[in-house]
Write a protein that binds this ligand. Structure first.
Ligand SMILES: [Zn+2]
Length: 112
């Protein structure tokens, strides 16, 4: 049995059980080489993107490491918000504007 190649149009032999073949051997080899080239290009692009993502990950890890002590301070202050509010209350500081501002800020944070 013969079929016509979808690429070159030439007839090529097809044995029983190989009805799935759509290209002659030469065209299949060329098609396969093209697929390999596209695959290599895709792999190159993915490696480049992976390197960029790894660099971004390293950068974000550095930022997280720098922020971690501040996060711990923030958690400790949040746990003791009522004590801090007691200490900065404007009544204890003659109504000083900074005490008023800080007390207002802590109150708004506690309500969140
Ligand atoms: Zn062909």
């Amino acid at each position: 049995m013969y079929r016509h190649c979808i690429d070159c149009g030439e007839p090529f032999p097809v044995e029983n059980g190989q009805e799935w073949k759509i290209r002659c051997l030469q065209c299949w080899r060329e098609w396969r080489a093209e697929q390999d080239d596209q695959y290599d290009t895709l792999i190159g692009t993915m490696r480049h993107e992976l390197a960029g993502l790894q660099a971004e990950c390293d950068w974000l890890r550095e930022i997280i490491a720098e922020l971690e002590p501040w996060a711990e301070i923030g958690r400790a202050l949040a746990d003791r918000a009522h004590d801090v509010l007691f200490l900065v209350h404007p009544d204890k500081h003659g109504g000083h504007p900074v005490a008023t501002e800080i007390a207002s800020w802590i109150n708004s944070e506690v309500r969140r």
